[in-house]
Design a protein around this ligand. Structure first.
Ligand SMILES: [Fe+2]
Length: 259
């Protein structure tokens, strides 16, 4: 069985058309995972999932885990978090300002995929910006590929994105969490294809490169993944579902538009 697929803008991710996630068989779940491996992020429209079917769907894709930063919906649905921005909230959206790969600061068993569903979308303010790690790696000059082939990144939850996180945690009344740190290779391979794992919001240092070039390479790679040619700014609609592979896709919430 093959799914009906439409690639996203700039060849970032793919839409999966004509599928009902409340009624998914094992073959379809396998196809969804293959599509994720290939494209890094998938967009599925018109899915009206209640918490039960959302959690069941997630279990067909992988083993859900409790997100270390936010409190689950309730006892029955500990894996579902509500990301909400109220009209009078002053600080930036949760996960905005810096492209990142979720939980890169977790050393072992870090979650591979993240799923998000659109519930209420304020007009013109509901975008998520995705950047393709596959495309960004492919377009690197060979000289840079050579320099970073054995590089390791140190990722911290107290990295550059933390200012937004701390503000939002305070605003959402969440207990301020302790920072976490992990090391992972900067170049990862998914399904035989290389991808950039640089999570600019969490990256604090690059190791296993020429020490004199470590800062330069960090800045270079951060600027590189932010280039327009690798970006798809996805405009949400109610009942959309996006799932991304944190190894091959970077993301951030959009900036707030000045009205
Ligand atoms: Fe995120």
């Amino acid at each position: 069985m093959n799914l009906s697929i439409t690639p996203g803008t700039n060849n970032v991710g793919a839409y999966i058309n004509n599928i009902d996630l409340t009624n998914l068989n094992n073959n379809q779940a396998t196809e969804i995972k293959k599509t994720l491996d290939k494209f890094g992020v998938i967009f599925i429209k018109n899915q009206n999932l209640d918490p039960e079917s959302y959690q069941n769907f997630a279990k067909q894709i992988g083993q859900p885990v409790i997100y270390p930063r936010l409190k689950g919906l309730d006892e029955k649905f500990p894996y579902i978090n509500v990301i909400e921005r109220k009209p009078d909230d002053k600080s930036l959206s949760f996960g905005s300002s810096w492209l990142h790969q979720d939980t890169s600061y977790v050393q072992t068993d870090r979650p591979r995929w993240t799923a998000l569903m659109g519930i209420e979308i304020p007009q013109g303010q509901g975008n998520t910006i995705f950047s393709s790690g596959f495309n960004a790696y492919e377009k690197l000059p060979n000289e840079i590929k050579e320099k970073i082939k054995s590089a390791t990144g140190i990722f911290s939850s107290a990295g550059p994105i933390a200012v937004t996180r701390l503000e939002r945690e305070k605003e959402m009344g969440i207990k301020l969490s302790k920072s976490m740190e992990a090391e992972h290779p900067i170049v990862q391979t998914v399904d035989g294809k290389k991808t950039l794992y640089v999570s600019p919001g969490h990256l604090i240092k690059i190791k296993n490169v020429n020490e004199n070039e470590a800062e330069y390479l960090k800045d270079y790679l951060i600027e590189h993944v932010n280039k327009k040619e690798f970006i798809f700014s996805y405009e949400w609609a109610k009942n959309d579902i996006c799932i991304w592979d944190n190894l091959s896709c970077l993301h951030m919430a959009s900036e707030i538009k000045k009205l």
